[in-house]
Design a protein around this ligand. Sequence first.
Ligand SMILES: Cc1cc2nc3c(=O)[nH]c(=O)nc-3n(C[C@H](O)[C@H](O)[C@H](O)COP(=O)(O)O)c2cc1C
Length: 204
Amino acid sequence: MTTILGLSGSLRRASLNSGLLRAAADAAPDGVTITIGDIAQVPLYDGDLEAASGIPAAVSALTDQLAAADGLLLVSPEYNNGVPGVLKNVIDWMSRGQGMAAFKGKPVAVIGASPGNFGTAHAQSHWLPVLRMLATRPWWDGRLMVSRAGDLFDDQGTLTDTRPAKSWPNSWRALPGPSARAGRDRHRPCRADRARPARHGAVL
Ligand SMILES: Cc1cc2nc3c(=O)[nH]c(=O)nc-3n(C[C@H](O)[C@H](O)[C@H](O)COP(=O)(O)O)c2cc1C
């Protein structure tokens, strides 16, 4: 069994990105489980809080889930062409204490949805130096950038259009398994450079 920790970087009730994560979890193939982490109780990072009380329980829970997982799936909104502070804050907290060890060598993918034309392409790129700093392993055999997403989800944030899902089988082929955790590092030609945002929907 391959276990992936999925984190959506939005707290919004009808979040497109949380909906994308739920849809990805529903579409996971046999043998793969995507566990959705709860970021709602993670406080803003504050060094004084950390010094006084240590790592908050909500953060430790996520770090434990990450340590037990074979990979991490970040479903990231894009704010002002960059990463959203909400999700960066969670990752920053998780990197404290013993958390760095949970990231080290862990395959991490970044996908996302936005109502705009570029489907979080900028934000996905802006995650790269963060993920490098955390010594994660790139898991980007394909890219999933869901553009013009406002038309693909209902008002509850549930994906109602099947086009993004059609891209997932390609992504799942690159899912890290337990062998990846053991450090096996296959070089794959990266197709990301060929990715183009679709006029409407998902891209690999
Ligand atoms: C402060 C702010 C900045 C934003 N900047 C961008 C942006 O640079 N590119 C983009 O495609 N969408 C941008 N958006 C729109 C978000 O993609 C949109 O609100 C999206 O629905 C947020 O994700 P969520 O639905 O998962 O909450 C921005 C939204 C906010 C609130």
